[in-house]
Ligand binder design. Structure first.
Ligand SMILES: NC(=O)c1ccc[n+]([C@@H]2O[C@H](COP(=O)([O-])OP(=O)(O)OC[C@H]3O[C@@H](n4cnc5c(N)ncnc54)[C@H](O)[C@@H]3O)[C@@H](O)[C@H]2O)c1
Length: 277
Protein backbone atom coordinates (compact mmCIF):
# COMPACT_ATOMS: atom_id res chain seq x y z
CA UNK A 1 0.00 0.00 0.00
CA UNK A 2 1.32 3.45 -0.82
CA UNK A 3 0.98 6.38 1.53
CA UNK A 4 -0.24 9.57 -0.14
CA UNK A 5 2.38 12.30 -0.02
CA UNK A 6 -0.21 14.98 0.52
CA UNK A 7 1.56 16.84 3.35
CA UNK A 8 -1.65 16.96 5.37
CA UNK A 9 0.45 17.27 8.56
CA UNK A 10 2.95 19.84 7.29
CA UNK A 11 4.74 21.55 10.21
CA UNK A 12 2.86 19.61 12.88
CA UNK A 13 4.75 18.12 15.82
CA UNK A 14 3.66 14.58 16.63
CA UNK A 15 4.70 12.38 19.55
CA UNK A 16 4.29 8.71 18.63
CA UNK A 17 4.88 6.37 21.57
CA UNK A 18 6.37 2.96 20.79
CA UNK A 19 7.47 4.09 17.32
CA UNK A 20 10.75 2.19 17.28
CA UNK A 21 9.10 -0.76 15.55
CA UNK A 22 5.82 -2.32 14.46
CA UNK A 23 2.65 -0.26 14.07
CA UNK A 24 4.21 2.79 15.74
CA UNK A 25 7.08 2.77 13.24
CA UNK A 26 4.60 2.75 10.35
CA UNK A 27 2.73 5.65 11.95
CA UNK A 28 5.96 7.63 12.36
CA UNK A 29 6.91 6.92 8.75
CA UNK A 30 3.48 7.91 7.43
CA UNK A 31 3.37 11.10 9.53
CA UNK A 32 6.85 12.09 8.33
CA UNK A 33 5.80 11.64 4.70
CA UNK A 34 2.77 13.79 5.51
CA UNK A 35 5.09 16.58 6.72
CA UNK A 36 5.06 16.14 10.52
CA UNK A 37 8.08 16.28 12.84
CA UNK A 38 7.92 12.99 14.74
CA UNK A 39 9.11 12.33 18.28
CA UNK A 40 10.19 8.69 18.62
CA UNK A 41 9.08 8.09 22.24
CA UNK A 42 10.24 4.54 22.74
CA UNK A 43 11.53 2.33 25.58
CA UNK A 44 13.60 -0.03 23.40
CA UNK A 45 16.75 2.11 23.11
CA UNK A 46 18.48 0.38 20.15
CA UNK A 47 15.46 1.08 17.92
CA UNK A 48 15.13 4.80 18.74
CA UNK A 49 17.97 6.37 16.73
CA UNK A 50 17.49 4.23 13.57
CA UNK A 51 13.76 5.01 13.52
CA UNK A 52 14.40 8.74 13.94
CA UNK A 53 17.10 8.65 11.25
CA UNK A 54 14.71 6.98 8.82
CA UNK A 55 11.89 9.43 9.56
CA UNK A 56 14.29 12.39 9.14
CA UNK A 57 15.36 11.02 5.75
CA UNK A 58 11.77 11.58 4.57
CA UNK A 59 12.16 15.36 4.77
CA UNK A 60 11.15 16.41 8.30
CA UNK A 61 12.97 16.60 11.63
CA UNK A 62 12.51 13.55 13.85
CA UNK A 63 13.51 13.60 17.52
CA UNK A 64 14.84 10.36 19.05
CA UNK A 65 13.50 10.18 22.60
CA UNK A 66 14.14 7.05 24.69
CA UNK A 67 11.51 6.93 27.44
CA UNK A 68 9.09 4.76 29.39
CA UNK A 69 5.41 5.75 29.17
CA UNK A 70 4.86 4.08 32.54
CA UNK A 71 7.10 6.65 34.27
CA UNK A 72 5.25 9.91 34.97
CA UNK A 73 8.41 11.96 35.51
CA UNK A 74 9.72 10.85 32.13
CA UNK A 75 6.44 11.86 30.48
CA UNK A 76 6.62 15.37 31.96
CA UNK A 77 10.27 15.70 30.99
CA UNK A 78 9.48 14.59 27.43
CA UNK A 79 6.74 17.21 27.04
CA UNK A 80 9.12 19.92 28.32
CA UNK A 81 11.93 18.75 26.01
CA UNK A 82 9.70 18.55 22.94
CA UNK A 83 8.35 22.04 23.58
CA UNK A 84 11.90 23.33 24.10
CA UNK A 85 12.90 21.82 20.76
CA UNK A 86 9.88 22.55 18.56
CA UNK A 87 7.86 25.14 20.51
CA UNK A 88 4.57 23.22 20.36
CA UNK A 89 2.91 19.78 20.31
CA UNK A 90 0.01 19.17 17.93
CA UNK A 91 -0.50 15.41 17.82
CA UNK A 92 -0.08 12.51 20.26
CA UNK A 93 -0.43 8.90 19.19
CA UNK A 94 -0.59 6.61 22.22
CA UNK A 95 0.63 3.47 20.50
CA UNK A 96 3.06 1.90 23.02
CA UNK A 97 1.58 -1.32 24.34
CA UNK A 98 2.32 -4.72 25.83
CA UNK A 99 0.53 -7.97 25.15
CA UNK A 100 0.94 -11.39 26.65
CA UNK A 101 -1.31 -14.33 27.36
CA UNK A 102 -2.35 -15.56 30.79
CA UNK A 103 -5.38 -17.65 31.64
CA UNK A 104 -7.95 -16.44 34.14
CA UNK A 105 -6.95 -19.09 36.70
CA UNK A 106 -3.20 -18.50 36.31
CA UNK A 107 -3.18 -14.67 36.25
CA UNK A 108 -0.73 -13.10 38.70
CA UNK A 109 -0.81 -9.57 40.16
CA UNK A 110 2.57 -8.89 38.55
CA UNK A 111 1.38 -9.77 35.04
CA UNK A 112 -1.82 -7.82 35.56
CA UNK A 113 0.00 -4.68 36.75
CA UNK A 114 2.71 -4.86 34.07
CA UNK A 115 0.13 -4.57 31.31
CA UNK A 116 -2.07 -1.91 32.99
CA UNK A 117 0.98 0.23 33.77
CA UNK A 118 1.80 0.71 30.11
CA UNK A 119 -1.47 0.17 28.23
CA UNK A 120 -3.82 2.27 30.32
CA UNK A 121 -1.93 4.20 33.03
CA UNK A 122 0.85 5.29 30.67
CA UNK A 123 -1.68 6.16 27.98
CA UNK A 124 -3.79 8.22 30.39
CA UNK A 125 -0.92 10.24 31.82
CA UNK A 126 0.72 10.83 28.43
CA UNK A 127 -2.64 12.14 27.24
CA UNK A 128 -3.02 14.37 30.30
CA UNK A 129 0.50 15.83 30.04
CA UNK A 130 0.23 16.51 26.32
CA UNK A 131 -3.34 17.85 26.62
CA UNK A 132 -2.17 20.32 29.27
CA UNK A 133 0.42 21.57 26.78
CA UNK A 134 -2.13 21.72 23.95
CA UNK A 135 -4.49 23.76 26.16
CA UNK A 136 -1.62 26.10 27.10
CA UNK A 137 -1.07 26.72 23.38
CA UNK A 138 -4.64 27.94 22.80
CA UNK A 139 -5.10 31.73 22.59
CA UNK A 140 -6.72 33.20 25.73
CA UNK A 141 -9.59 34.67 23.71
CA UNK A 142 -10.59 31.19 22.56
CA UNK A 143 -10.37 29.80 26.10
CA UNK A 144 -12.49 32.65 27.47
CA UNK A 145 -15.16 32.05 24.82
CA UNK A 146 -15.41 28.47 26.10
CA UNK A 147 -15.45 26.97 22.63
CA UNK A 148 -12.98 26.55 19.81
CA UNK A 149 -13.96 26.92 16.14
CA UNK A 150 -11.03 24.86 14.94
CA UNK A 151 -8.92 21.96 16.20
CA UNK A 152 -6.13 22.74 18.67
CA UNK A 153 -4.77 19.21 18.93
CA UNK A 154 -5.30 15.56 18.08
CA UNK A 155 -4.90 12.56 20.37
CA UNK A 156 -5.17 9.09 18.86
CA UNK A 157 -5.18 6.01 21.06
CA UNK A 158 -4.36 2.52 19.81
CA UNK A 159 -6.76 0.13 21.49
CA UNK A 160 -7.55 -3.38 20.15
CA UNK A 161 -10.56 -5.49 19.27
CA UNK A 162 -9.56 -7.34 22.46
CA UNK A 163 -11.00 -4.27 24.21
CA UNK A 164 -14.42 -4.89 22.68
CA UNK A 165 -15.06 -8.15 24.60
CA UNK A 166 -13.42 -9.97 27.49
CA UNK A 167 -10.84 -12.53 26.34
CA UNK A 168 -10.46 -15.68 28.41
CA UNK A 169 -6.76 -16.07 27.62
CA UNK A 170 -5.72 -12.42 28.07
CA UNK A 171 -8.22 -10.69 30.30
CA UNK A 172 -5.61 -8.24 31.60
CA UNK A 173 -4.93 -7.12 28.02
CA UNK A 174 -8.68 -6.95 27.22
CA UNK A 175 -9.30 -4.83 30.30
CA UNK A 176 -6.43 -2.49 29.43
CA UNK A 177 -7.72 -2.00 25.89
CA UNK A 178 -11.35 -1.55 27.04
CA UNK A 179 -9.98 1.14 29.36
CA UNK A 180 -8.41 2.81 26.32
CA UNK A 181 -11.84 3.07 24.69
CA UNK A 182 -13.35 4.50 27.88
CA UNK A 183 -10.47 6.95 28.37
CA UNK A 184 -10.91 8.04 24.74
CA UNK A 185 -14.57 8.85 25.34
CA UNK A 186 -13.98 10.67 28.64
CA UNK A 187 -10.98 12.61 27.36
CA UNK A 188 -12.88 13.59 24.22
CA UNK A 189 -15.67 15.10 26.32
CA UNK A 190 -13.23 16.82 28.71
CA UNK A 191 -11.21 18.34 25.86
CA UNK A 192 -14.03 19.15 23.42
CA UNK A 193 -14.41 22.76 24.64
CA UNK A 194 -10.75 23.28 23.72
CA UNK A 195 -11.18 21.85 20.25
CA UNK A 196 -8.91 18.90 21.00
CA UNK A 197 -10.03 15.73 19.23
CA UNK A 198 -9.53 12.34 20.88
CA UNK A 199 -10.22 9.11 19.00
CA UNK A 200 -9.18 5.46 19.13
CA UNK A 201 -8.42 2.64 16.72
CA UNK A 202 -8.90 -1.09 17.29
CA UNK A 203 -6.65 -3.28 15.12
CA UNK A 204 -7.21 -7.05 15.07
CA UNK A 205 -4.22 -8.87 13.62
CA UNK A 206 -1.27 -6.94 12.23
CA UNK A 207 1.84 -9.12 11.85
CA UNK A 208 4.36 -7.49 14.19
CA UNK A 209 6.72 -8.90 16.79
CA UNK A 210 3.78 -9.00 19.18
CA UNK A 211 2.32 -11.88 17.14
CA UNK A 212 5.64 -13.70 16.78
CA UNK A 213 5.91 -13.67 20.58
CA UNK A 214 2.27 -14.73 21.06
CA UNK A 215 2.63 -17.58 18.56
CA UNK A 216 5.77 -18.80 20.33
CA UNK A 217 4.01 -18.66 23.71
CA UNK A 218 0.75 -20.29 22.59
CA UNK A 219 1.52 -22.70 19.72
CA UNK A 220 4.27 -25.05 20.93
CA UNK A 221 2.59 -25.75 24.32
CA UNK A 222 -0.44 -26.99 22.34
CA UNK A 223 1.80 -29.17 20.16
CA UNK A 224 1.51 -26.83 17.14
CA UNK A 225 4.46 -26.06 14.83
CA UNK A 226 5.79 -22.49 14.82
CA UNK A 227 3.39 -20.18 12.97
CA UNK A 228 0.38 -22.53 13.09
CA UNK A 229 -1.36 -20.87 16.07
CA UNK A 230 -1.04 -17.50 14.28
CA UNK A 231 -2.33 -18.98 10.99
CA UNK A 232 -5.42 -20.34 12.74
CA UNK A 233 -6.03 -16.95 14.35
CA UNK A 234 -5.93 -15.23 10.94
CA UNK A 235 -8.37 -17.83 9.55
CA UNK A 236 -11.01 -16.57 12.00
CA UNK A 237 -10.96 -13.09 10.42
CA UNK A 238 -13.86 -12.66 7.96
CA UNK A 239 -11.55 -11.15 5.29
CA UNK A 240 -9.18 -14.13 5.84
CA UNK A 241 -6.02 -12.05 5.92
CA UNK A 242 -4.11 -9.94 8.44
CA UNK A 243 -4.11 -6.16 8.29
CA UNK A 244 -0.99 -4.08 7.73
CA UNK A 245 0.67 -1.48 9.93
CA UNK A 246 0.37 0.95 7.00
CA UNK A 247 -3.44 0.62 7.08
CA UNK A 248 -3.47 1.57 10.78
CA UNK A 249 -1.09 4.46 10.04
CA UNK A 250 -3.32 5.74 7.22
CA UNK A 251 -6.27 5.98 9.61
CA UNK A 252 -4.11 7.76 12.17
CA UNK A 253 -3.03 10.30 9.53
CA UNK A 254 -6.64 10.92 8.56
CA UNK A 255 -7.68 11.47 12.19
CA UNK A 256 -4.61 13.65 12.85
CA UNK A 257 -5.30 15.86 9.82
CA UNK A 258 -7.88 18.59 9.27
CA UNK A 259 -10.02 15.95 7.57
CA UNK A 260 -10.71 14.59 11.06
CA UNK A 261 -11.59 17.91 12.68
CA UNK A 262 -15.25 17.03 13.29
CA UNK A 263 -14.61 13.56 14.69
CA UNK A 264 -14.12 13.05 18.42
CA UNK A 265 -14.80 10.38 21.03
CA UNK A 266 -14.97 7.62 18.39
CA UNK A 267 -13.34 4.21 18.23
CA UNK A 268 -12.74 2.62 14.82
CA UNK A 269 -12.24 -1.10 14.19
CA UNK A 270 -9.66 -1.84 11.50
CA UNK A 271 -10.04 -5.56 11.72
CA UNK A 272 -11.13 -7.31 8.53
CA UNK A 273 -14.70 -7.51 9.83
CA UNK A 274 -13.90 -9.24 13.12
CA UNK A 275 -16.15 -6.94 15.18
CA UNK A 276 -19.31 -5.23 13.96
CA UNK A 277 -20.68 -2.01 15.40
N1 LIG B 1 -0.19 -6.08 16.13
C1 LIG B 1 -1.47 -6.26 16.33
O1 LIG B 1 -2.10 -7.14 15.70
C2 LIG B 1 -2.24 -5.42 17.30
C3 LIG B 1 -3.60 -5.67 17.45
C4 LIG B 1 -4.34 -4.86 18.32
C5 LIG B 1 -3.72 -3.83 19.00
N2 LIG B 1 -2.39 -3.63 18.86
C6 LIG B 1 -1.78 -2.52 19.61
O2 LIG B 1 -0.97 -1.76 18.74
C7 LIG B 1 0.09 -1.17 19.47
C8 LIG B 1 1.42 -1.47 18.78
O3 LIG B 1 1.60 -2.87 18.77
P1 LIG B 1 2.62 -3.63 17.80
O4 LIG B 1 1.90 -4.78 17.24
O5 LIG B 1 3.32 -2.70 16.89
O6 LIG B 1 3.60 -4.24 18.90
P2 LIG B 1 5.17 -4.16 19.09
O7 LIG B 1 5.45 -4.96 20.30
O8 LIG B 1 5.86 -4.50 17.82
O9 LIG B 1 5.43 -2.61 19.36
C9 LIG B 1 5.13 -2.00 20.59
C10 LIG B 1 6.14 -0.88 20.78
O10 LIG B 1 5.87 -0.24 22.04
C11 LIG B 1 7.10 -0.09 22.73
N3 LIG B 1 6.85 0.01 24.17
C12 LIG B 1 6.44 -0.99 25.00
N4 LIG B 1 6.39 -0.56 26.27
C13 LIG B 1 6.75 0.74 26.24
C14 LIG B 1 6.90 1.72 27.26
N5 LIG B 1 6.68 1.43 28.55
N6 LIG B 1 7.28 2.97 26.89
C15 LIG B 1 7.54 3.27 25.58
N7 LIG B 1 7.44 2.36 24.58
C16 LIG B 1 7.04 1.12 24.92
C17 LIG B 1 7.87 -1.35 22.36
O11 LIG B 1 9.25 -1.24 22.66
C18 LIG B 1 7.56 -1.44 20.88
O12 LIG B 1 8.43 -0.65 20.10
C19 LIG B 1 0.00 -1.74 20.89
O13 LIG B 1 -0.68 -0.84 21.73
C20 LIG B 1 -0.84 -2.99 20.69
O14 LIG B 1 -1.52 -3.38 21.86
C21 LIG B 1 -1.63 -4.39 18.01
Amino acid sequence: MTTPESQRLKGRVAIVTGSGRGIGYAIGECFSREGAHVVVAEIDRPTVAPAAEHFSSLGTEALPYPMDVGDLDQIDQMVADVVARFGHIDILVNNAGLSNKASFLEMTPERWDEVQRVNQRGLFFCSQAVARQMVAQIPDSVKQAGRAQTSYGKIINISSIAGRRGRADALHYSVSKAAVITITQGAAMALAPYGINVNAICPSVVPTRMWIDLDAAMGPPQGLPVGEWYRRRVERIPLKRPGTAEQIAAMCAFLASEDGDYITGQTYNIDGGSELN
